[in-house]
Ligand binder design. Structure first.
Ligand SMILES: NC(=O)C1=CN([C@@H]2O[C@H](COP(=O)(O)OP(=O)(O)OC[C@H]3O[C@@H](n4cnc5c(N)ncnc54)[C@H](O)[C@@H]3O)[C@@H](O)[C@H]2O)C=CC1
Ligand SMILES: O=C(O)C1=N[C@H](C(=O)O)C[C@H](O)C1
Length: 255
């Protein structure tokens, strides 16, 4: 494909959105529409034919953990760069994506559990703090229509914190409690307790609570509106064509 063919009619990047009728997908459609250098050429939701996505150079997926793998596989196999915000990416799923990309080394995929710039920094700060505290717990809070728990952000944070603790030689967090009711101590993600709160009035919030002798440190991030994710999504859309292979998280794009 020539440079001219990879651009939209007015020289902009041709963008497709998967999950376009959803809360995030609709917000992404508005953001792409409002960006002078991007051209929204196709909007697809459940039941629509994926082949329409061939019109796009970059597809953005905000669907569901059940749907995302089939969508992503289609995009990679058809040479479409993809930006994924949908959650549910286990290590096994990421390995599958790497396998598809091995057959299409020209394609870029960015998968980020959270596109909020503040949330990315919150995760970085948590990873940095982790080695200094013997205790750590994560409390994520979301709107009640969220399908998955714990959130992708909380799971990713727990993995980063667990990795930093392991590198620092820290053992398990101290905890003598016996669960009187199953689940009372939250979920265990790589040895880090994660608590998921769902309530009307919330959107997307997370606290990482660290503790050591005589002090605690709380790192908190709040998304009050889905527009908070849009600068990160647009950054990924503009960057993904120059990043063949798999990029996890926004960190590398912000550096
Ligand atoms: N990475 C990030 O910064 C963020 C990630 N998310 C994640 O994005 C995902 C979507 O969240 P919401 O927009 O709140 O959900 P939603 O339920 O409002 O939207 C999902 C949309 O996907 C559609 N869909 C389902 N299966 C499909 C398929 N096979 N093909 C095409 N479309 C399909 C649904 O009909 C719906 O319109 C969730 O996994 C959520 O956790 C949400 C906010 C920010
Ligand atoms: O479903 C949501 O709303 C969100 N999902 C992502 C997650 O699971 O971490 C990102 C953000 O928390 C909003």
């Amino acid at each position: 494909m020539t440079e001219e063919q990879t651009k939209g009619r007015d020289g902009s990047i041709r963008v497709g959105v998967l999950g376009a009728r959803g809360r995030m997908g609709a917000e992404v459609c508005r953001a792409v529409d409002g960006a002078g250098d991007l051209d929204l050429v196709v909007a697809v939701d459940q039941g629509d034919d994926l082949s329409a996505l061939a019109a796009a150079e970059v597809v953005v997926d905000f669907t569901t953990p059940d749907a995302v793998m089939d969508n992503l596989r289609w995009c990679v196999e058809h040479g479409v760069h993809t930006v994924v915000g949908t959650t549910g990416f286990t290590g096994q799923r990421l390995d599958q994506v790497r396998g598809w990309l091995a057959d299409r080394p020209d394609v870029g995929v960015v998968i980020a559990p959270n596109f909020g710039i503040g949330a990315v920094l919150m995760m970085q700060f948590a990873a940095r703090a982790a080695r200094h505290f013997e205790s750590v717990e994560i409390i994520e809070q979301h709107h009640p229509r969220k399908l998955d728990a714990p959130s992708g952000t909380a799971t990713h944070t727990a993995r980063l914190v667990a990795q930093a603790r392991a590198e620092a030689g820290l053992g398990p967090t101290p905890d003598a409690t016996r669960d009187e009711v199953p689940g009372a101590r939250g979920a265990d993600v790589d040895g880090v307790r994660v608590h998921a709160v769902r309530s009307t009035g919330l959107l997307a919030h997370q606290e990482v609570l660290f503790g050591t002798l005589g002090e605690t440190l709380t790192i908190r991030h709040d998304s009050y509106d889905r527009v908070s994710f849009m600068p990160g999504v647009l950054l990924a859309v503009r960057s993904v064509r120059q990043r063949p292979g798999l990029t996890i998280g926004l960190d590398a794009l912000l550096d």
